[in-house]
Design a protein around this ligand. Structure first.
Ligand SMILES: C[S@@+](CC[C@H](N)C(=O)[O-])C[C@H]1O[C@@H](n2cnc3c(N)ncnc32)[C@H](O)[C@@H]1O
Length: 359
């Protein structure tokens, strides 16, 4: 299977999109723990760190991580927490460059503990997971080449860690292309049914969804995904969190980029510069389908409170604002009376949920 060396050329547009999403999530995630008092240590693990830059000095994930920490620290007076950053990179030359960068950062960011290692991913993962438990918050960035590194064991270790969010990259297009190869089937939880629905466009969505099968029973967990297309290739990010606030923040960043892809994944053909006469035609398919699903779930009373509606939206890759809009449509169509509650993260935080009013 072809594996690209990302650092031999300048980062392409798809790589920039991936790294920008990582940057934006980090920017949202850091203040939650810097300004809160839930943890003593804030930790970022970049397991496939690369050298720090591409050949044109565009920032890679290690530089992004340090820049965002610097940024976040200038916006707070608090210093009761510790920040630890772990970088791992297996290739010797890249590790050498990474190490020089880390040495510079030790001087300009003395508040941060840096740990850099030149190991194979699995060895680094086994070595560092014991530090991921306790009064700590972890963000794991797993920017692998290809599809193979996030095995069932690794995935299940991560999702059962407390206060841990992850973002992992996967070359999903390879799953579609090499679908009959056992080495692909063995490392991604896809089924024959997934493969029958899979094509070159929806592949990452289906691959990302399939990881739900590896979430242990009864564990409340949220997954999100973002498909990235570059030329004929589709790959993407998979996000995971045990907390609604984590997935809420990730989905907001994804919807700012159009939903769950950096291209027209559902062939909606909406041109914002030339809106159609009927706004319904300018609604992405993903939103229309969600509105129908929410209507069925509410009218059949499978969802009966504002919290349930909020969590249903997040599990469907949608925001509280989409759920509110869907409810408004039901009120407008006189299928529900006007509701007095609000669907939002703040409402979710309140101890009591509010019940849906029916006719
Ligand atoms: C997609 S690149 C990561 C790019 C990096 N995040 C950046 O922004 O520059 C994957 C990196 O993982 C390294 N790598 C590949 N296989 C590895 C393994 N088994 N263990 C650790 N590192 C590995 C590669 O040398 C490469 O630098």
């Amino acid at each position: 299977m072809p594996i690209r060396n990302l650092h031999q050329k300048p980062f392409d547009e798809g790589t920039q999109d991936k790294l920008e999403l990582y940057r934006d999530y980090l920017r949202e995630w850091l203040p939650v723990f810097i300004n809160g008092s839930f943890v003593d240590i804030i930790q970022i693990f970049d397991f496939f760190a690369g050298p720090g830059f591409d050949v044109h000095d565009n920032p890679g994930s290690p530089v992004i991580t340090c820049d965002e920490i610097r940024n976040a620290l200038t916006q707070t007076e608090k210093q009761r927490f510790k920040i630890k950053v772990y970088f791992n990179e297996k290739a010797a030359t890249k590790f050498k460059n990474l190490s020089s960068y880390v040495e510079e950062q030790k001087i300009s960011l003395p508040q941060v503990d840096f740990i850099a290692m030149k190991n194979d991913f699995h060895s680094a993962f086994n070595q560092w997971t014991p530090y991921m438990r306790g009064k700590v918050a972890n963000l794991l960035f797993l920017d692998q080449n290809g599809v193979k590194q996030i095995t069932k064991h690794v995935f299940q270790e991560i999702v059962t860690l407390p206060t841990t969010d992850f973002i992992f990259f996967i070359s999903s297009g390879l799953v579609n292309r090499f679908r009959y190869r056992p080495e692909i089937r063995n490392c991604v939880p896809i089924t024959n049914d997934d493969l029958s629905r899979m094509n070159g466009t929806n592949v990452h969505r289906i691959v990302a969804e399939s990881y739900r099968r590896w979430i242990p029973d009864r564990l409340e967990y949220y997954l999100g995904s973002f498909s990235i297309r570059k030329g004929a290739n589709v790959y993407g990010l998979i996000f995971g969190s045990r907390h609604p606030l984590g997935i809420d923040k990730f989905l907001k960043l994804a919807w700012k980029r159009g939903g769950d892809a950096n291209f027209d994944i559902d062939n909606d053909r909406i041109d914002p510069l030339q809106p159609s006469l009927f706004s319904e035609y300018d609604k992405p398919n993903k939103i229309s389908s969600f509105e129908k699903e929410l209507e069925t779930a509410v009218l059949k009373r499978h969802l009966t409170t504002n919290k349930e509606i909020y969590l249903f939206a997040l599990q469907s890759g949608m925001l509280a604002s989409h759920a509110r809009k869907a409810l408004e449509l039901l009120v407008k169509a006189k299928k529900l009376p006007k509701q007095s509650f609000h669907v939002s993260y703040n409402a979710w935080k309140k101890p009591e949920s509010e019940r849906i009013q029916y006719y």
